[in-house]
Design a protein around this ligand. Structure first.
Ligand code: C2E
Ligand code: MG
Ligand code: MG
Length: 688
């Protein structure tokens, strides 16, 4: 009889295997199976059991009926206890539910846990009176033996004591591509790959000793294809003697491929096929572990593509995706095989460099990457210019964990962005201070919102032709409890990098609109209130709704509000920005381009935006006596007027400037010459 159980399998495996095998065998309608507790209680029976004994599975489990008479039971238990450690093959008279008896051949296998304790017995009962499947013990019953063999979807074959194939089913033919007669008489070497042979032979020898196993191995087919196979080896025991080994082989190559694919997906970015953040993390963790052990340095690089979102927004995701793929490839070519590059976000990439002797190595890699990214990108006949900002953190100098190194590389990368992009930066001690400084300011800003430490000052804008104040620009100040007045240049960029700019910006808008409404109500209907909007605020999805709600809440007419955006904001996300600006303009709000001339937008581009006013940056007029500057200013003014745009000149400080500018065509001015930004009651006085 087959001895399908091995003590080596886990309880779960054995149980599953048993059920599986029994279910397969019971298709032939002959073998009853039951799983019993050591005390005899029935745990599970199959359908053949139900047919043979007449008890349903529920009845059998619930009533635990006697399946033979007492005398026979005692004899049976006796045999079992003698055979405590192995399989018992017995002949027994079994009793059905209707009281009738039948001669049966039974194989009982103890199922043990790791400690060797018996957890259950698996009992196979072959009804000899039916006498249909004594095939396994009778060599002359070739036909039904074949049937069992051949209809098995798994490849089944037997090996003799000389380790040569004695039989094989058609599934093995299908799997290996060899015809049966090409296999019979051959050793396993014929289709087990060389490096797997030793293990297979070991397990074969175990089976000869009565120990079955289940393991994965590599076989190959007739045409050399490698197959990953799950192999079960079972001893063939005939009348108590091991005569050979049955092998059941299942080709799991495809299954394994699917599993590998799923794992790959979990650890890779679908677009670039680079490792993703999770993989990067796990890998870097290991690199750091070995670096620490071997007293070595390692580097973590953070790379952000400059100008990518503009391409993505202006030309769409398909082009954006291709740019990312090209960038990924180029960067991959800049690193060694032992380095790893990952894509961890939109246009953010990270690189780990193990085994480096000094930071200089990382710098060279960063240099190469920048060089590669600076080459033009050609997508669908279009040419794009992209560059990169790279931050570098070194293990162990800049941190001991992946998280800290990443954070520090990020800080260094941000510093590069602030300083004009397209470069690399090392996280240095100085940056560490900046980072903590920034963190401190962020914390303090939170308090500033909570404790109302912000105030707005207003700077008037004059029309020198009429000599009247035509508008005021609201400028935020932070009345810091220790440091006194803090100017926006010190905290607005930090607020912009965190999300704090959103609540701060909203406070500014509300306060400015409230103030504007007060002046409006006191009769200054033509006074415009200018408010600065930061890039981050323009990314806010509900910006238009928020602004219109604030206008309603405060009662300021939309036509009294000017929103100032910088050129760089305007060109960063053209499509979405244009949409929002149009919606704002539709409300009646006017849009001004602040610090005009410092960015790189062209007037023709600005034509696409619904803007009303240009504010010429003060750098252009600081040296207005200079011919070039004067020429620039007058041409800006001429072009702007052509486009029906108003022009305001910022930073007018001197009488000379005040006198000259009207000659260049500018009559609207703002600057210290007229007034510094002042608290609202000063403006009220001026207005009078
Ligand atoms: P901005 O919008 O260009 O504001 C004009 C800046 O120039 C103000 O600096 C103002 O004090 C300064 N200024 C005005 N006239 C003169 C002059 O004659 N000579 C010189 N040298 N400077 C002059 P401030 O108040 O320090 O603001 C700096 C920047 O901070 C602003 O530039 C604006 O971009 C930003 N900012 C100010 N308030 C806010 C705000 O509420 N929200 C946002 N997002 N940004 C703000
Ligand atoms: Mg401004
Ligand atoms: Mg300005």
């Amino acid at each position: 009889m087959l001895q399908p159980f091995v003590n080596e399998f886990s309880m779960d495996d054995q149980y599953k295997f048993a059920i599986n095998l029994v279910e397969t065998l019971s298709q032939y309608g002959d073998i009853s199976f039951m799983l019993c507790e050591p005390g005899g209680g029935i745990l599970h029976v199959n359908s053949t059991f139900e047919r043979t004994f007449g008890w349903t599975a529920q009845e059998a489990i619930a009533y635990n009926p006697a399946l033979c008479d007492e005398e026979e039971a005692a004899r049976f238990l006796n045999i079992l206890s003698e055979q405590r450690y192995s399989v018992a093959n017995v002949e027994i008279i079994r009793k059905r539910k209707d009281g009738s008896c039948f001669q049966a051949k039974e194989s009982v296998t103890p199922i043990r846990n790791e400690k060797g304790e018996v957890l259950a017995y698996a009992c196979f009962t072959l009804d000899l009176s039916e006498n249909t499947l004594n095939v396994l013990s009778k060599s002359d019953d070739e036909e039904s033996f074949r049937a069992l063999f051949d209809s098995n979807p798994d490849a089944v074959f037997s090996l003799g004591l000389d380790c040569c194939l004695t039989s094989a089913n058609s599934a093995l033919e299908k799997m290996t591509g060899y015809k049966q007669d090409q296999l019979i008489g051959k050793t396993l070497d014929h289709f087990v790959v060389p490096r797997a042979r030793e293990v297979v032979i070991d397990r074969y020898q175990d089976a000869l000793k009565g120990i079955s196993s289940q393991f994965e191995t590599m076989m190959y087919s007739k045409d050399g294809e490698h197959l990953l196979v799950q192999l079960v080896t079972l001893p063939i025991t005939i009348e108590g003697q091991v005569k050979g080994v049955y092998c059941i082989a299942r080709n799991v190559t495809e299954q394994k491929k699917t599993e590998d694919k799923v794992t790959h997906m979990a650890y890779h970015d679908a677009l670039t096929n680079l490792p993703n953040r999770r993989k990067f993390h796990e890998h870097t963790q290991q690199i750091l572990f070995f670096a620490a052990k071997n007293n070595e340095k390692a580097a973590v690089l953070m790379i952000d593509l400059d100008g990518f979102s503009a391409i993505n927004d202006a030309y769409g995701h398909t082009i954006g995706d291709t740019v990312l793929q090209i960038a990924a490839k180029r960067m991959q070519n800049c690193i060694r095989d032992i380095d790893m590059i990952a894509r961890i976000g939109g246009d953010e990439f990270t690189i780990t460099l193990p085994h480096i002797t000094e930071a200089d190595h990382a710098v060279k890699v960063a240099d190469r990457i920048l060089y590669e990214l600076n080459k033009p990108f050609y997508v669908r006949g279009l040419k794009f210019e992209v560059s990169g900002s790279v931050g570098i953190a070194i293990f162990p100098d800049d941190g001991h964990t992946t998280d800290i190194l990443l954070r520090h590389a990020d800080t260094a990368m941000y510093r590069v962005k602030e300083n004009g992009k397209n470069s690399f930066g090392l996280y240095s001690g100085e940056m560490r201070q900046t980072a903590t400084f920034r963190q401190r300011i962020e914390r303090e800003l939170l308090n500033a919102i909570k404790y109302n430490q912000f105030v707005l000052h207003y700077q008037p804008q004059f029309d020198v032709t009429s000599g009247k104040i035509v508008g005021v620009e609201s400028l935020i100040r932070w009345i810091h409890p220790e440091r006194g007045i803090v100017y926006p240049g010190e905290f607005i960029p930090i607020a912009e990098q965190s999300d704090l700019i959103v609540p701060i910006g909203e406070w500014v808008l509300r306060t400015a609109c409230m103030q504007g409404k007060m002046w409006y109500d006191s009769g200054h209907h033509n006074l415009r209130m200018a408010v600065n909007l930061s890039a981050r605020q323009l990314q806010q999805d509900c910006l238009v709704e928020r602004i219109s709600a604030i206008l309603q809440e405060t009662g300021l007419p939309p036509s009294s509000l000017d929103l100032e955006i910088t050129e760089s904001v305007a060109i960063q996300n053209p499509e979405t920005v244009i949409q929002k600006l149009k919606a704002l303009a539709d409300l009646g709000i006017q849009i001004s381009v602040d610090d005009f001339g410092t960015g790189f937008s062209s007037l023709s581009y600005l034509k696409l935006l619904p803007i009303h006013k240009l504010k010429i940056d003060r750098t252009f007029i600081s040296d207005i006596a200079n011919q070039t500057d004067a020429a620039i200013v007058s041409s800006i003014v001429a072009l702007a007027h052509n486009l029906n745009l108003e022009v305001v000149v910022e930073g007018v400080e001197t009488t000379f400037q005040r006198e000259w500018l009207p000659k260049l065509g500018c009559s609207m001015m703002q600057g210290f010459f007229f007034s510094k930004p002042v608290p609202p009651d000063h403006i009220s006085n001026l207005l009078k």
